[in-house]
Design a protein around this ligand. Sequence first.
Ligand code: FES
Length: 295
Amino acid sequence: MTTSQILIVGVAAVGVFAVLGAFVIAFKRGSDPSSDWRQDIDRATAKADRSELNEPVSVMAGAGAAELPIEGVVAESAPDPEVVEPAAVHAVEVLKVEELSPEEAGVNRRAFLTRALGATFGAFLALNGVAYLGFLWPRLSGGFGSAIDVGAIADLRNQIIQPDGSIIPAFVPEARAYIVPFANADISGSQFSEALVVGELTALWQRCVHLGCRVPWCASSQGFECPCHGSKYNSVGEYQAGPAPRNLDRFEVELQGDRMIVKTANIIQTPRAPVFTVEYPLGPSCISLSAAPEV
Ligand code: FES
């Protein structure tokens, strides 16, 4: 798995966990009766309302009950004039207190939605922060976008230049670059500069400048030929045919000891070359003309 794939998976996982965590926290806080002062106030209000409906009930018995009608009072028995009871009033206050659940109080939904909205927004910001960090990560970790050591000059030249004189570019996935030969004597009069050539090697971005396909090497023609729409470039990336608007893009390079460093943050674009540095094609093309519309 490449670094970028790991980053994508990591960002997605962090995002999912952030959103889930936010909702869990919001739900738990929203369902905690002691966590919301507004919920307490609303509950007290609801309780008071219920209390009004369940007014304290007084039960009176004995003489004088009829003379003392009290709303909400229920006589246990009719006063008997034959029975002499002490003139006493027994008042029993029955206060019915019913604990309301948060759902019954009708306040949790609002509190929950408020917190869920806030938590989601927070998770969104956190996710964007992580994604931004992931975007910068290659530059921080030495991947594409940084200066990349692609190997020793001698080793690269031995790998690239074949015994019969043909070439097979060295592809460096980390730099997304092809390393190809470029003679120092050809710098003058070309679109290349000293900043683009080191140890008679140069670095080309793998990306087709038409629509971005990776351009493969064609060993038979000794050039780069894009299978997507047929753009063709010679071995140093100079435009030859197809819809591509310019040469393959190049990277600045430098020499550190005997090693070639490709600065993938410094991408150099050049227009179609008026004169070509190397000859192309040197053999059959790898893509058919029907698949390669000429412009
Ligand atoms: S992407 Fe290469 S020719 Fe279109």
